[in-house]
Design a protein around this ligand. Structure first.
Ligand SMILES: Nc1ncnc2c1ncn2[C@@H]1O[C@H](COP(=O)(O)OP(=O)(O)O)[C@@H](O)[C@H]1O
Ligand SMILES: [Mg+2]
Length: 306
């Protein structure tokens, strides 16, 4: 059995201020956040749905059975920089508040992959799920969940590529199968464990994995309003004129067959570049921003190879 430290990055207990702030800073995702909260709450603690039915209908209702066998898996899809990792690693703060329970964030280390040892991937996945199973059991009680575990499998493309995808090695297929077995095991045991799988390539995901997912959330590039909100937030305090912000919103939008900027193009490229231009001798000017926005090449759209 693999050591916990070899399977996961350090486990984080949520809520926690840094991640809470990161969650709050994700703009334009209100619907997604709300849906995610409810979906995750019911997967982690199905008893809550019975309580709801009892309160509002005086007992069980037919619709409850529809929720019974759902696998505790969410798929987050979208281009690089669309906020998948940021959301996956922070929504537990909101869930913790909503459920009034501690939430533990586990992030699978996929780094050992590629070392060439046949079967290594499979045993990594198998051990990770076995670990989550054990923890989940420990955290479930007769009165419902005592804590929720979120397992984030980020950059999961290689792991769960479809059977049909080219260059699929025998070893990789075994990884997909181990993943599916792990999910099914969790689903059967109804443990307070939620798995989030992030991928840049929804189209290449194994159909069997897709079918298991209780919900798929596709994160998109920001529209005008969302770019405006992100920029306003990121430029706060720099003294940039509102009309300059509006111009930058236009400059960073789609044009012709060029896509618009991603969230991270704005937060991790544009605004930091403006700061670097000004630092250390002067404040950031409106002209800095406009010039940089003009030059900025949006991150390319991830195209499917199939
Ligand atoms: N909805 C959003 N609102 C504000 N900033 C965002 C949003 N989505 C992404 N970002 C910014 O982009 C950065 C990169 O996002 P990330 O989650 O790493 O993208 P992905 O995992 O999809 O490649 C985040 O740290 C954040 O600064
Ligand atoms: Mg990411």
């Amino acid at each position: 059995m693999t050591n916990q430290d070899d399977l996961f990055h350090p486990v984080i207990e949520l809520p926690e201020p840094t991640r809470r702030a990161r969650y709050d800073r994700l703009v334009g995702l209100d619907d997604t956040k709300l849906r995610l909260r409810k979906e995750a709450a019911l997967l982690a603690d199905p008893r809550r749905l019975q309580v709801w039915a009892a309160n509002h209908y005086g007992g069980d209702i037919a619709a409850l059975t529809l929720f019974a066998d759902r696998a505790p898996l969410f798929v987050f899809a979208g281009d690089v920089g669309s906020g998948k990792s940021a959301l996956a690693e922070s929504f537990g703060c909101d869930l913790a508040d909503f459920l009034d329970l501690p939430v533990y964030l586990y992030r699978l280390k996929l780094a050992t992959r590629g070392s060439g040892l046949v079967g290594e991937m499979t045993s990594l996945i198998g051990d990770a799920f076995a670990h989550m199973h054990t923890v989940g059991k420990r955290m479930s009680g007769s009165q419902g969940a005592r804590a929720v575990q979120i397992l984030v499998v980020d950059e999961a493309d290689a792991l769960v590529q479809s059977r049909g995808a080219q260059q699929m090695h025998h070893e990789d297929r075994a990884g997909v199968d181990a993943f599916l077995a792990g999910i099914d095991n969790l689903a059967g045991a109804r443990l307070p464990v939620v798995v989030v799988l992030c991928t840049n390539r929804l189209g290449a995901l194994d159909p069997a994995v897709m079918r298991r997912a209780a919900a798929t959330f596709t994160l998109t590039r920001p529209d005008d309003e969302q770019r405006h909100a992100v920029l306003t937030q990121a430029l706060d305090g720099l003294g940039i004129r509102p009309e300059t912000v509006r111009k930058v919103v236009k400059l960073t939008g789609p044009a012709g067959d060029r896509p618009g900027c991603t969230f991270s193009d704005l937060t991790q490229r544009l605004v930091p570049s403006a700061v670097f231009r000004a630092f250390p001798d002067r404040p950031v000017t409106d002209e800095d921003l406009l010039a940089l926005a003009e030059e900025l090449e949006p991150a390319p759209v991830f195209t499917e190879e199939r």
